[in-house]
Write a protein that binds this ligand. Sequence first.
Ligand code: B12
Length: 218
Amino acid sequence: MGDQELLDRLKDAVVQGDGKKIRKLAQETLDAGVDPYKALTEGCARGIEIASEKYCRNEMFILEIILSAEAMYAAFDVLKPCFKEKAEKGKVVLGVVGGDVHDIGKNVVKLLLEAAGFEVIDLGKNVPLKGFVEKIKETDADIVGMSAFMTVSILGMYEVIKMIEGEGLRDKVKIMVGGAPITQEFAGQIGADGYAKNGRDGVKVAEKLMMEKGGFTS
Ligand code: B12
């Protein structure tokens, strides 16, 4: 079976929320020599994006998306040990802003950042806004990544940025934002340094921000 066929099977298993089959499929994909990062991005992450798009077209129920996410996490378990990158590209504090419990997208971003060699301090979901600032101080983070999926919660990102400025940390930490309702324009308006529409681009943005900080080259 070719690489593309294996990746498609992984992607379809995520869309179908087939948690039973997916571990075996993920292992078969690795055994066939497919690049594990491709399995993550073009198999698993693509699968959950398709599930989300289907929900928007009323072709899937919410419970089915939850099953898709569970299947994706099961595949992550199998793929994760393949990423031996040292966490030396930079330190990222990542979380879903307060009032918002949508953490599937954030979890994808986390894994892709880790696979690319970033250390990720995961604050989880529904994070109190000051929690971001406290963690930045405590860990001396290079980047803070905020995720939001509801229009009511996206303003929390702006409040966090104001708090970062108020604490005199703005020159020390780069800020990136993402989530379904976020746009490049909104990111610019609130004063974030970077935005990405998906986890793959999120890694590129994080690398670019580290270069701007002078902390990562290549
Ligand atoms: C799954 C889901 C849920 C699940 C969440 C489970 C979980 N653990 O996450 C549950 C059932 C709990 C839920 C609850 C609710 N939900 Co809901 N939910 C969704 C749904 C269908 C999918 C979201 C998702 O996870 N997609 C999968 C990921 C992978 O999507 P993605 O965008 O491709 O992710 C990428 C990017 O966003 C980016 N990214 C994400 N974060 C970050 C961060 C950084 C730094 C970067 C760089 C990039 C980045 O990278 C990701 C990976 O590639 C969306 C619809 C939609 N299409 O978005 C509604 C949706 C977000 N929900 C909605 C609503 C209203 C609710 C509820 C209020 C419903 C209710 N009445 O109770 C509650 C809110 C609870 C709360 N307080 O948060 C609305 C929000 C409307 C709005 N604009 O405000 C949506 C849009 C549905 C709709 N059309 O009405 N929901």
